[in-house]
Design a protein around this ligand. Sequence first.
Ligand code: F6P
Length: 327
Amino acid sequence: MEIKKIGVLTSGGDAPGMNAAVRSVVRCGLANGFEMVGVERGYHGLLRKEFVELSARSVSNFIQRGGTVLQTARSKEFPTPEGIKKGVANAKEIGIDAMVVIGGDGSFRGAQKLTENGLPTIGIPATIDNDISCTDYTLGFDTAMNIAMDCVDKLRDTCTSHERCAIVEVMGRGAGYIALEVGIATGAEMVLIPEKDLGTSRSDLIDRIVNKLEEGRKVGKKHHIIIVAEGIEGSSEMAKVVEQRTGIETRATILGHIQRGGAPTVRDRVIAAQMGMKAIELLKQGKSNRVVIMKADRIEDVDINEGLAMTKTISEDDYALVNILSK
Ligand code: F6P
């Protein structure tokens, strides 16, 4: 089937770099003779026919902006069989022959269903969590980590002044990639991440923090930084107990959604541009149901079904490194 008009949408949690990816998809699409249409509010907007024609000028001033100008929303209706059919029918009604979906693995499950129902689709991975198994990198990760690193550096200053401990909760409900790399980048004493620590009892986790603080005190440390991934939960309560047991003043800080906003870093802008180009190339070659991925610093692609079936593990070396460097 000849593709003439391509739709693009952003879906799931927003991530810095999504706008840069939309810009690239639109301009590369136009350069290849395709008409380009944006779908506002992701799959939710697809069901409500929230379409907007996109020219090269429509995506001016996109490259440096955080969030997603196309907006995003969670849709309960879309993943149902009726929802998918309605989405495909709405797209076809305005002549969309293919779709580029920018988002996380939940969004790719939707993309897979669009393809199965007759709308060729390509995914571009974007989530600050970097937890999509088939790709080494997801858009937004670098920006989120830089924001978190900056915040932890600031916390370190005030912790050192007061000889305190900071328990810092970073984003990542099911994934500890942000916590782990930010832990390395900020010289944290310890990281707690879902992949390693979810099965551990609360009292064991607190014992570990207390022991670490006692060790640090003995070697003259003036501050203590513990990075906790969101999925571990309860950092405020942990801080209270740690303070009671060690006598070291301990404050919990939850960085939250601040990590999802702001201008994308160089890395996120460049990879977004490259991934957008690859998505259009794939559609031009008549390919569908693929995810654009990064493997060993190269932009490649993989079948969505295969990609969703893969598993990703954290680096044991990096996990061990946090401890080694915290002496
Ligand atoms: O997937 C990105 C992410 O920021 C996670 O780190 C976090 O657990 C989740 O989204 C929060 O989702 P919401 O913005 O819907 O609260």
